[in-house]
Design a protein around this ligand. Structure first.
Ligand code: ZN
Length: 395
């Protein structure tokens, strides 16, 4: 089935959303801010003009539904309108705008059961402000307790003060979603060299964050001989290299030590203590855990503490196959693509909502950066594939 997509509407909404929070060094739309509300208003205006109903749930997720929407079994497309600080124009915005353009096209085409079509703009997907990634979807599936609203941003403003008065009341709302689609800019370089337009996500990687510290002995940089020194930063350097090696020897694993803090931090002082972070990811939980365990075993003198983990999310095989078939029917190339980032679609998939993502080719593979880009023709192809797949789900 080919549905006529209104490319002018796509252009207008995408530009309208990205007028909000723009500065020459990137887009910044933090959750519960005027910039985000203004971006939401752009899609709300277009949805309301088509007779749809727009409301925020207690977690701040924006639901765009038909006035006669059933209580469950909704066929949903979505993403998020918040950004990282100084982020790109596409991450999130493409999925919300693309989802709405697809839904409006299906409504205009008069498809049967159109009252089941919905769009969700998830709240605070990036988690940059309160360190709560995928906040909106995780609140729906019941991950957080009431204390989450006490989280503070860097200015000491709590989530509650910012506007999330009772977010956990959104728990359980994911049960309204019969299936979930998310268009997203590719955040790597798999599609462009393969000359493929769309990536159909097979899974989201298993991820985890740890913090570690190693203790040596702070001492005089001149009078302490090299033999017998207990330089904590030298030991930390060995850990950094081991993290690289342990990931390299395991298929699909990546490990990153992105932050280290030597103490006391003097030019003429042997570092006495170093603390740092570890981010480890792999296609499956066991491989991720094996990387970390190898570091724990190899560095008994380093304290490695678990901070958070997200298990691998597997997307719905039926939806994946259907998207490939639908793309082929429209003459649009597609390939399987695992993702190493976190997304609301992963949260939903882990809570048994059949979910899938459509990645759009990015010629530079850059994301969370103002240089983030997908060609308009590629974005419109993704919306075509999405609309046809949503129509098939309506039956
Ligand atoms: Zn995103």
């Amino acid at each position: 089935m080919s549905i006529a997509i209104d490319s002018d509407l796509y252009r207008r909404l995408f530009a309208g959303v990205n007028e909000q929070g723009y500065s020459p060094d990137g887009w910044t739309r933090a959750p519960w801010t005027d910039e985000l509300r203004a971006a939401e208003q752009v899609v709300i205006d277009a949805a309301v003009a088509d007779g749809m109903v727009c409301e925020h749930d207690p977690a701040g997720n924006l639901w765009i539904t038909d006035p006669n929407a059933p209580a469950d079994g909704l066929v949903v497309a979505g993403s998020h309108l918040d950004t990282v600080p100084k982020g790109g124009a596409f991450d999130g915005a493409l999925g919300v705008v693309g989802g709405l353009v697809a839904v409006l096209a299906l409504r205009a085409a008069g498809v049967p059961n159109a009252e089941r079509l919905a769009v969700i703009s998830f709240c605070d997907e990036e988690g940059s402000r309160f360190n709560t990634p995928c906040f909106g979807s995780r609140t729906m599936v019941g991950t957080f307790g009431d204390e989450v609203a006490d989280a503070q941003d860097k200015d000491g403003v709590s989530m509650r003060e910012a506007g999330a008065t009772d977010p956990t009341k959104a728990a359980g709302l994911h049960k309204r979603i019969g299936c979930y689609f998310e268009i997203h800019v590719e955040q790597g370089l798999a599609l462009d060299p393969a000359d493929t337009t769309l990536g159909i996500a097979t899974s989201l990687s298993a991820r985890g964050r740890w913090e570690w510290s190693v203790t040596g002995e702070a001492n005089h940089a001149g009078t302490t001989p090299m033999v017998g020194r207990r330089d904590a930063l030298v030991r930390a350097a060995e850990l950094v290299l081991a993290a690289k090696t342990e990931a390299e020897v395991r298929d699909g694993a990546v490990a990153t030590i992105g932050r280290i803090t030597p103490w006391p931090g003097g030019t003429n002082v042997v570092p006495g203590r170093v603390s740092g972070t570890l981010d480890a990811r792999a296609l499956d939980n066991a491989t991720r855990d094996a990387v970390v365990q190898a570091l724990v075993d190899g560095f008994p003198d380093v304290t490695i503490e678990h901070r958070s983990t997200d298990d691998a999310a597997i997307f719905d095989t039926g939806l994946i196959a259907d998207l490939h078939a639908g793309a082929a029917e429209l003459g649009i190339s597609s390939m399987d693509l695992p993702s190493y980032a976190g997304h609301d679609a992963g949260t939903l998939a882990l809570s048994d909502v059949p979910s899938v993502m459509i990645f759009t080719r990015s010629p530079n593979g850059i994301s969370h950066n103002p240089a983030e880009h997908s060609d308009e023709a590629v974005c419109l192809d993704a919306i075509r594939v999405l609309a046809a797949a949503m129509a098939r789900q309506l039956g």
